[in-house]
Ligand binder design. Structure first.
Ligand SMILES: [Zn+2]
Length: 69
């Protein structure tokens, strides 16, 4: 599994809840937050994934989150 697939899977698993890059990095044990950021940006161009400023379902902070719908 690639990191992109891991990130994609995680987002689909928690759908329709939204999750931020920090929580994705945390859940997947990614060492660099920037890594998650890069992947979610890549995924946001994929059909079904939406990246918006909203409340993260995990940390409850308002930030850039990604969601699969
Ligand atoms: Zn979060």
């Amino acid at each position: 599994m690639t990191v992109l697939e891991d990130v994609s899977d995680l987002i689909k698993r928690i759908a329709p809840a939204a999750i931020c890059d920090d929580c994705i990095a945390d859940r997947l044990g990614l060492s660099v937050r920037q890594h998650a950021n890069h992947k979610t940006r890549e995924l946001s161009a994929t059909k079904g994934f939406n990246r918006n400023k909203d409340i993260c379902s995990v940390c409850s902070k308002e930030k850039l989150v990604i969601q699969f719908a």
